[in-house]
Every structure is written in C-alpha cells, then in structure tokens.
Design a protein around this ligand. Structure first.
Ligand code: KG4
Ligand code: ZN
Length: 342
C-alpha cells in the first residue's frame, strides 16, 4: 500500500511517500524558519500562505524521487491537528482534494501520533508497549503507548512546552529565532557550576511539567549578573541543565511507574545532545531501551504522517469527504488500530 503523507500544522511543509512493503520511498521538507525569523515567532497567516506555495512542488519532487506515478498512490494522509487552523486547512484541503480526484481514501492524522510513531521508521523499531517523551515547541508530554491509537497521557505541561521555554530563554539572551539549538550551542561554553536553576515540579509526585518559571529565573539572573558573553553562556548552561535534568527525572519516574522497559523520544527538543546523553545514562541505570527517530524526523516532517496514515488506512480507517481540522485534539480521543504495524 503506497501512502502520500502531508504535514502542514505549523511552520514546516513536509511531504512523503511511504510504502507498507518497501518502507519510506521519498520525503521532502520546506522549513519556514527564515520567513518568520524577523517576527521572533511563527506568523500564522504567513505560514498558511507558504504552505499553499510549497505543497504541490514538494509533492512533484517526492513522486519524481520515488519514481512512482500518482496513479499508484493508494491513499492520502494529512495532519488534521493539533496545530494552527489555517496551516492545517491547507494540508487538509490539498490532501482531501487529491484523494478525491485520484479516487482513493484519505485519513486525518494526529500530529503527535505522527511524532510518537516516527521511531517505527527506524531499525530496530520499538515494540509495544513503550513510554514516549514528546518534546517539541508546542508540546511536552509523557505518553504510555500500548499500541497504535492506544495512548494514555501520563504527564503534560501546565504552561510552556520545553521547546517554547528554550526559544523564549534564547530570545532573552539575544539569540535569533528559533533559539533552542542556538542556546544549546551557547551552553557548551558555559560553566555548569556558576548558576543553579530549579528543577520545576520534581519535588512532588506526578509526571506533569512546568517550564515557564525557568525563563523568569533566567531573566532575574541576567538582571543580577549582567549579560556579558561568559555570563550569557553560563546562564544558557544552567537553563539547559535544568530542563534536561527535569525531563530525565520524569522519564525515569514514568518508566518505573508503568513498569515499561522502552522509552521513545520524539519532537524537536529530542535533537538536543545534552538531553540525549542524560537519557542514555538514565536508561542504562534503569535497564531500559531507548529509541529515537533519525535527527531529521525528530522535527516536523511528512514521513511520520505518511507512516501513521498507512497504519490507519491498512486497518480500513478513513474519513468522509468533508475537510475538517482539529486545532485542539487530545491523543486520548484517537481510535485504536487492531492490526500490527506495517
Ligand atoms: O517538533 P518541532 O520541529 O516543532 C513543533 O514544535 O512541533 O520542534 C521545534 C522546537 C523548537 O522550540 C526548537 O527550538 C526546539 O524544538 N529545538 C531544540 C533543539 N533543536 C530544536 N531545543 C533545544 N536543543 C536543540 N538542539
Ligand atoms: Zn511537531
């Protein structure tokens, strides 16, 4: 079964072709980072317009790369939420229209399901059940995954997502948008012993997160110590250490609480090296296995949507012809898929 996947929930247009027998055939991505950089954040209307411009050229390029004809596509998967409503509508309209004109089924994919299934595109792929840490610009979540569509949210952020906290603190340190990777770079030159930031909500039971206090902590540290180069690096280091430590503590807790021995990490912040090292140490101590998607599939992409869509289409799931998106949509509302993954 050959599935076209379209991702357009935020500031990246991703298109991919996944075949349930042959695996991933082609994928292409257009990042809008440069488009939004001057504004210090994603401008929704600009995002939507750019998805309109990019989607079909990317589709042509993946068809060419995979050397398949559009007539061979058996189904279309598109991100229907959560995300920016206008951006989602672009992918949904294009996906539905293509499916209708090609006479194939279309399936609405949950963006976070895409992220947490992304490691299934790698070898070895994790077996079910596993615990997933989803850490992106919009989400910070711990999810117990019993199977496809069988998700229990163990913990969520009460305020800023981890990536959002990285970006806001980076902005405060004078770094360009999106500042997460730049802050991580700056932190490498920082002295880990100079400042110590709190590890929010680790002193009480539970798996929820709260990261908004850390940027305030960074601000008061700048006000008290100035913002010379070394101080900025030291603050970046203290901030990164606090986020990484907090995520590792909660992941360890989630593994112990569920008795599950596999941890999957996905989402943009999953690209952070310090986080990867800390989780590796923790997993070794816990005797757990750790799985990541390849780096380019940590961030938003079409491949994860094509894969999640293939799982659902193979199980016979698809939606009617109406173009509907869900800017807010809980993972726990998804329908389970009975079949084993392709
Ligand atoms: O998953 P993603 O591409 O987009 C969504 O938010 O859905 O994640 C982007 C987020 C941004 O906040 C970015 O700053 C952060 O991931 N990020 C990082 C790193 N690479 C990306 N944060 C810290 N360290 C990194 N190396
Ligand atoms: Zn994402």
């Amino acid at each position: 079964m050959l599935i076209l996947g379209i991702e357009s929930s935020c500031d990246e247009t991703g298109v991919a072709l996944y075949d349930s027998e042959r695996g991933l055939l082609a994928h292409a991505l257009h990042s809008q980072v440069a488009l939004h950089a001057d504004y210090g954040g994603v401008v929704p209307e600009l995002a939507s317009r750019d998805h309109v411009r990019q989607c079909l050229p990317l589709l042509r390029s993946v068809l060419r790369e995979a050397a398949v004809d559009r007539g061979e596509v058996d189904g279309v998967a598109y991100t229907a939420g959560p995300g920016l409503v206008g951006a989602l509508l672009v992918g949904a309209c294009i996906g539905r229209s293509l499916a209708w004109s090609w006479g194939v089924p279309a399936v609405a994919v949950h963006h976070m399901e895409g992220h947490l299934l992304a490691p299934m595109l790698e070898h070895p792929a994790p077996e079910f059940p596993f615990v997933a840490l989803l850490v992106s610009g919009g989400h910070t979540m711990l999810v117990e995954v019993a199977g496809i569509g069988r998700y229990r949210i163990l913990g969520d952020t009460l305020d800023d997502a981890a990536g959002e906290a990285f970006d806001k603190t980076a902005k405060l340190l004078g770094l360009a948008y999106p500042g997460g990777p730049l802050l991580a770079q700056l932190a490498q030159r920082g002295d880990p012993g100079r400042f110590r930031f709190p590890r929010p909500m680790t002193d009480r039971p539970g798996l929820d997160f709260s990261f908004s206090g850390l940027k305030t902590f960074a601000l008061t540290t700048v006000q008290a110590n100035g913002d010379d180069d070394q101080t900025r690096a030291d603050i970046a280091r203290a901030f990164e250490d606090a986020v990484v430590d907090t995520l590792a503590i909660k992941c360890r807790r989630a593994l112990r609480q569920t008795g599950v021995g596999r941890l999957v990490v996905a989402g943009g912040v999953g690209a952070n090296r310090a986080l990867r090292a800390a989780l590796q140490r923790m997993a070794r101590e816990e005797g757990a296995q750790l799985f990541y998607p390849r780096l380019e599939f940590c961030t938003d992409n079409g491949a994860m949507i094509a894969y999640a869509g293939a799982c659902r289409l193979q199980a016979g799931q698809s939606q009617g012809r109406a173009v509907e998106v869900r800017p807010r949509w809980s993972l726990e509302e998804l329908e389970p898929v009975a079949l084993s993954p392709p």
